[in-house]
Design a protein around this ligand. Structure first.
Ligand SMILES: Cc1cc2nc3c(=O)[nH]c(=O)nc-3n(C[C@H](O)[C@H](O)[C@H](O)COP(=O)(O)O)c2cc1C
Length: 400
């Protein structure tokens, strides 16, 4: 299960960063199709009116504990139990203090009192002196110890020039979404995920080889994301200087032959296979064992195609969900759909290395994800870590 279609409660408290939550609500409702209900404290309403939140969420904003219009007197409490997540953002020092000390003197704090800690998040935002206040620190620790989720603020420019730089700025929207997504949505729990990454080297002699500029960053990012989402992850990585995290079971390979062998050894184990490796398409027909001397360098070498591992996987797949990457610079969509069909894939992820920030070696990528039903999902330019989360969110909706 992903963040998609979740029922989310958002408590708004009285901090300057409240304006950022309008965009978050829009993102959750528009991109993730979440049903968002909002509660505002009395102070929060001093900063912004409920109208914008009502417009973006499509639901009436709640703020009055003794609202005369409500139909059922316990509706507010019911909303908590019916919701998947409860986020307080921005979370003031005051609301943290109230929850940590069992105070329920308005609608938000009363609703929080009935919420399970593991589904409750506080995205902190405050002045740096408030953040370092010893009572606040104690209250925050209390919440943390009792299983509540704390989204720490970031360092940076605070609201006013007088406050200057320091810790206290509300975490980025992306960080908040990731926290909601990863803490509560271990939707790959129990799933076996096999990921390949990096280039392969096809040796001409003992020191020279044919390869490509892949660095394995995409494969490593996918492996990290799958691990974070609760999956059992195996990474098969071609030669690269980038080290994968030590908590990921990694097999290093050199050639396309090695890659094929390693992949097929794990294929039966896997529920999901993502081939992000840039397996070299060509190899010398004959490999020379020793180093060719300068004086003996041949005018040409004969080349042979390497085996298409993805095609073979597609032919042999049983229940595995199979994802391939394609690198195309012309007729990109048409060529990728042809590959998807020919190789019996469930998804193909198209990247065009001619686009700026996309493809080999970059920390970012811009891809188009094409599903088995030929649905085309264009993603904006983002980091490979972000993209990996996005890919798994899309895959998660297609898991058996
Ligand atoms: C301009 C202004 C900005 C404020 N910003 C913050 C803030 O970022 N974080 C915070 O904890 N309190 C902030 N406060 C103080 C809270 O609004 C105050 O403690 C209030 O009682 C919080 O109420 P609530 O937690 O019920 O919303 C600010 C106050 C003002 C006047």
């Amino acid at each position: 299960m992903s963040l998609k279609n979740k029922k989310i409660l958002i408590g708004l408290t009285g901090g300057i960063a409240i304006y950022k939550i309008a965009s978050l609500v829009r993102r959750l409702t528009k991109d993730y199709n979440c049903d968002v209900n909002i509660i505002m404290t009395k102070s929060a309403k001093e900063f912004m009116t409920p109208l914008i939140f009502e417009t973006f969420s499509g639901n009436k904003v709640l703020f009055d504990m003794f609202d005369k219009d409500r139909v059922v007197s316990t509706r507010h409490i019911d909303l908590v139990s019916q919701s998947d997540l409860f986020l307080v953002a921005p979370a003031t020092a005051n609301i943290v203090g109230k929850v940590a000390n069992g105070i329920a003197d308005d609608l938000l704090s009363t609703m929080l009192m009935t919420s399970k800690p593991e589904k409750t998040f506080f995205a902190l935002a405050m002045n740096k002196n408030m953040y370092h206040n010893p009572f606040f620190t104690m209250n925050k620790k209390k919440l943390y110890k009792n299983g509540y989720n704390i989204i720490e603020p970031e360092k940076g420019q605070l609201a006013t020039n007088i406050e200057g730089e320091g810790i206290g700025r509300l975490a980025d929207e992306k960080v908040i979404i990731d926290s909601l997504f990863s803490t509560n949505n271990k939707f790959l729990d129990g799933k076996n995920i096999l990921i390949t990454g990096g280039p392969t080297r096809e040796y001409i002699d003992s020191v020279r080889f044919i390869s490509n500029p892949s660095t394995g960053k995409m494969g490593i990012a996918l492996a990290k994301s799958a691990k974070k989402l609760g999956g059992n992850v195996k990474l098969i990585l071609g030669p690269t200087s980038i080290l994968p995290p030590t908590n990921i079971d990694t097999t290093s390979v050199i050639s396309s032959e090695n890659m094929k062998k390693a992949v097929f050894e794990q294929f039966d184990w896997a529920d999901i296979v993502i081939m992000s490796a840039a397996v070299e398409d060509i190899k010398p027909t004959n490999k020379i064992l020793n180093k060719i001397k300068k004086t003996d360098i041949p005018k040409s070498i004969n080349l042979t195609k390497t085996e298409d591992i993805l095609l073979k996987l597609g032919e042999q797949k049983q229940n595995q969900l199979l994802v391939g990457f394609s690198v195309e610079t012309e007729n990109t969509i048409k060529n990728s759909i042809n590959k998807l069909i020919k190789k019996n894939l469930d998804f193909i992820i198209l990247n065009n290395p001619n686009e700026s920030g996309a493809g080999f070696g970059n920390d970012t990528n811009r891809v188009t994800i094409i599903t088995k039903n030929e649905e085309i999902i264009e993603k904006e330019l983002m980091t490979k870590d972000e993209l990996s989360d996005e890919i798994f969110k899309i895959i998660s909706n297609n898991l058996p």
